[in-house]
Every structure is written in C-alpha cells, then in structure tokens.
Design a protein around this ligand. Structure first.
Ligand SMILES: Cc1ncc(COP(=O)(O)O)c(C=O)c1O
Length: 372
C-alpha cells in the first residue's frame, strides 16, 4: 500500500516492553485482582498528580458515579455540568437519581462559563461537575468560589486532562475529588480503567469501600456495610497503568510536540486551533480539535478526509441534544448556544504521541483542500 493510501487512525495507545513485562508478571503471579499491583499504581498516580489519596476504579464513568455518592447527590437534586463533554459527565447525575442541568461554555476554552453556572443554580442544586475538556483546565477557582457561596459540592471530571496544570499546580492536587480515565485513546491507558483522587482521607476510605461492593475495612469477604458496586480495577490493568505512569512525562512531552507541530502546520489553514496555554492554564494534550469556519460543512470535510484514508471525529456533540436527553428531559436546540455552535463546527483529527510528521502533513493538506 502506498503512503498516500495508508489509513491514519484517530488515536493510538503507546505500549512498550516494560508494560508487557509488568502485565506478564501479574499474569504469572496468579493474583489477578485485589493484589499489591493496584495500590502500587494508585501510589504512582497520586504522586504524578500531587494528590494525597487515589482510588483506582474500573472506568472514568464509574469514578464519576462514585463522586456523586461522595457528594450525597440523590433523587430531587440537580447537578450542573457542561453540555460540551462526553456523556458520562452528565450521566453520573442520572445514575444517582438527580437531574443534569447544563450551563453553557466559554467559546474559547470550551469549558464551563462560571457566569452561566451561577445563573443555573436553583434551591435544588447539589453539585457541579466541572470538566477539563480536551485536557484544558477549567476555571477551578471561580467554580470553587461558586460552590463555597452556595454550599455546593465540586467534582472535577479530569478524565481528559492527566498532566494538566492549573495556576501552577497539577490538576488532582487542588483538594476536591477529581476523576481520571484510561481508555486507550487517553494520555495513558489501562485498557479500560479510571481513578478518583482526593485530598480527603475520609472520602478516599468511602471510595475504597464503594468500589468494592460496600465492604468495610473491618468486613470479612461476605459482609457488606453499605450499598456498593463492583468498580474495582483488576491487577492486570493496574500493571499496565504502572508502566504508563512511569513514562507519563515522556508521553506528555511527545503529545505536546505533535500538537505544537499541528498548530504550526495549520497556521495558514482556515480553521481555529485550540486555545493556547496561558499563565493559569497548561493543557495536557488529549485530542487535537479544530473548529471550521461558520458556513463550512464540517461533516462534508470529515467525509473528504475519510475518502483520503484519514480518520476524524465530530468532537464533541452537545450532551443535551443526544436523543435520550431530549426524550427524557425535553431538551432542545437553543439551550446552550455556544456549546451547540462548537459542536457543529469542531472535529478531532488524528492525534497521539507517536504520530509521524509525514502523517501530520498529510492530514493538514487534506484538511486544507477539503476546507477550500
Ligand atoms: C470528559 C470525560 N468524562 C468521562 C469519561 C468516561 O471515561 P470512561 O470511558 O473510562 O468511562 C470520558 C471518557 O472518554 C471523558 O472524556
């Protein structure tokens, strides 16, 4: 197959020999779950994000669900979150019996606009799920101040943002619970998997119990002190996670290099590139998302790329306009205009830490010609 025909995928995990060895070690140990590998992974991850406590879980979605339990969210409550996100950041509220409420986002960062958040608060509001979309830190201080003023619980959905820094400190080190995800398109992967970090020993103890079927520290195997879930991360996945966290800096640097190269190559293409870092926000590169100009048929552009063997994805549809959300809550167009406009015009292009420069050039040329 010629270079011009080779398919360029959207993402790719970065697995090396050390990862393989670590996984093999667990397979050969016979201890595939609830061994010492999970705690080793948790400790490395906690160090990497500067969090005092870390509980590994089976997915980012599971972590968000547990955060709703930590927040005491239940039937009749409302949880304010971003419409411009992956569905899990809103679904967690529904799992807990609450109603998701969408506040619009900022057109540049695509993260929650604190003014819109405050305007969405009602007497039923219990919590805010703040998302760091595409790895760009959300306005944590403003959102925390809103939570303090109104007695709300702050949960951070940092699933896309491992390694990002807010006001000089890594996400995960700011005290409130933050959720992480390790599906293979993420900065690091455990296959499936996730984690919740927190600054609270009490919250951590609750997370450890909740993920393990509500067992208490003092419980024997078939004694359950509370309603829990099986949201454990197995040791095979945790072993892979150890290898990945060990190389986190290398992986993040490589992703940044690829992202910077895209930004340079796209300088004279008629698309908006992701907002740059500033003194308060340092992105961890999860995906590279461009915004096509108003009036350009984004789906047509994606189809042209597909014809050239280049994957892309309509990152990311507004959650409130997903069919089940419309049916369940009667949500419709116009509720969150900034998010809706972004959803119509943004698309992710192939991106990972080892994307060859030739592939990037091919993607950019295809994009240039499709937009033209
Ligand atoms: C913003 C956000 N939240 C939550 C999740 C859920 O993570 P998982 O797929 O591990 O359940 C993802 C994963 O894509 C995500 O991007």
């Amino acid at each position: 197959m010629s270079v011009a025909q080779r398919r360029i995928n959207l993402s790719a995990p970065w697995i090396d020999e050390r990862d393989e060895e670590l996984v093999l070690e667990v397979l050969r140990s016979g201890q595939l779950s609830l061994g010492q590998t999970g705690p080793r992974f948790e400790s490395l991850l906690a160090d990497a994000v500067g969090a005092p406590y870390c509980a590994a879980v089976s997915s980012g979605t599971a972590g968000l669900h547990l955060c709703m339990v930590l927040a005491g969210v239940g039937p009749g409550d409302e949880v304010i979150t971003s419409p411009y996100s992956f569905v899990a950041s809103a679904n967690c509220a529904i799992y807990a019996g609450a109603t998701p409420v969408f506040a619009d986002v900022d057109a540049g960062t695509l993260n929650l606009d604190p003014v819109a958040v405050e305007a969405a608060i009602t007497p039923s509001t219990k919590a805010i799920v703040a998302v760091d979309i595409f790895g760009y830190p959300c306005e944590l201080d403003e959102l925390r101040a809103i939570c303090d003023r109104h007695g709300l619980y702050l949960v951070e959905d940092a699933c896309e943002a491992l390694g990002a820094v807010y006001k000089g400190r890594p996400l995960g080190s700011h005290g409130h619970p933050a959720t992480w995800a390790f599906y293979p398109n993420k900065q690091i992967t455990t296959g499936e998997g996730g984690a919740v970090t927190t600054g609270s020993e009490e919250e951590h103890a609750l997370l450890v119990s909740l993920r393990n079927q509500g067992r208490l520290e003092t419980s024997s195997w078939l004694q359950h002190g509370r309603l829990g879930f099986n949201y454990r991360l197995d040791d095979i996945s945790a072993a892979l996670g150890i290898g990945q966290v060990e190389r986190l800096e290398t992986i993040l640097d490589a992703r940044r290099t690829v992202a910077d190269r895209y930004t340079e190559l796209l300088a004279d293409v008629d698309v908006e590139t992701p907002v740059p870092d500033d003194g308060d926000h340092v992105r961890s590169w999860f995906v590279y998302v461009v915004k096509v100009p108003s009036g350009v048929d984004r789906d047509g552009v994606m189809a042209r790329l597909a014809g050239d063997g280049i994957a892309s994805a309509p990152y990311i549809p507004s959650i409130h306009l997903q069919s089940y959300m419309r049916e369940r809550y009667g949500f419709s167009e116009g509720m969150c205009p900034v998010s809706e406009d972004a959803s119509a015009r943004t698309m992710a292009i192939p991106f990972h830490g080892r994307l060859p420069i030739e592939d990037q050039e091919r993607v950019v040329e295809a994009l240039r010609s499709a937009i033209r």
